[in-house]
Design a protein around this ligand. Structure first.
Ligand code: SF4
Ligand code: SF4
Length: 154
């Protein structure tokens, strides 16, 4: 039995009504890094696969998008797949469906102001280059942005 997640489908059209104009030409796939994943190739594009998914907000490759904008730049139909992808990622995040590394990354940024963990190796490598250990900066600003955007609550 196929179960269609109507909230995810509605998001597709609310955030990118032009996705109805996608005619599966594959042009966006020429530049998309996700096309290197198993199962994609030729006329099977990630973008079209996402658009035709029953539950696009939990599509297994949703978070593999690098946000490079190439699909939006080259599409002859002026579809903006990235706009749709970002809205689906937001929904996925808010509903707790995003991969755990996404939540871990957000916690790391909120706690340290940095998007990477500072390990002993990081400090050693920087020391070799004559650089001081990285310092957490701007945490108050990050927390304020998270508060204003609802990120921390979510
Ligand atoms: S380039 Fe545009 S029309 Fe062609 S497959 Fe990609 S999104 Fe669809
Ligand atoms: S923005 Fe995402 S979907 Fe579009 S080409 Fe880049 S990686 Fe692919």
């Amino acid at each position: 039995m196929i179960t269609i997640n109507f909230k995810g489908r509605k998001n597709l059209y609310d955030y990118g009504e032009l996705c109805e104009c996608c005619f599966e030409c594959s042009v966006c796939s020429l530049h998309c890094v996700i096309q290197n994943r198993e199962g994609y190739g030729g006329r099977k594009t990630f973008v079209y696969d996402l658009f035709s998914s029953e539950a696009p907000q939990i599509h297994e490759a949703l978070w593999a998008c690098s946000g490079c904008h190439k699909c939006a730049e080259v599409c002859p139909q002026e579809v903006d797949p990235l706009k749709v992808i970002v809205s689906l990622q937001e929904q996925s995040f808010e509903e707790g469906d995003a991969p755990s590394y996404v939540y871990d990354l957000v916690s790391l940024v909120l706690e340290t102001g940095m998007a990477f963990p500072v390990t002993k190796k990081t400090i050693k490598d920087r020391d070799k280059l004559g650089l001081p250990p990285p310092e957490a900066k701007g945490i108050d600003e990050v927390k304020r942005i998270a508060d204003l955007t609802g990120l921390e609550k979510n």
